[in-house]
Design a protein around this ligand. Sequence first.
Ligand SMILES: [Zn+2]
Length: 128
Amino acid sequence: MAGKTAYTKKELEDLRKRLTEERAELQVQLTTIEETSFATSQSDMSGEVSFDEENADAGTFTFERERDLSIENNVRDLMGKIDRALTRMDEGTYGTCARCGKPIEKARLKVLPYVDLCIKDAQAQARR
Ligand SMILES: [Zn+2]
């Protein structure tokens, strides 16, 4: 095995495919959220959003909007991470911890292919 990242071309291609697919899904989610936000008064647009009729009062409306915003932020955040992961693949630095420069655990990347920190550094960051 050559280089710091122990990934074969095949593995990288699979990961890239997963990241690209996930990004496309997030894009769809984002579009749905945006469309829902524009047509806030009626939420029977796509069947995507089905809420309890009984709770459809003003308070729920605010809650829904807030919920949408927080989902939207999460989706945007995740898309940014995926974009950066794809960039790192192009640069050949994918799979290397952005903080300590050591290889990121393969099992970790299998679950979260867009992370750029090893477990140790991710935990250290979460604690702060
Ligand atoms: Zn690290």
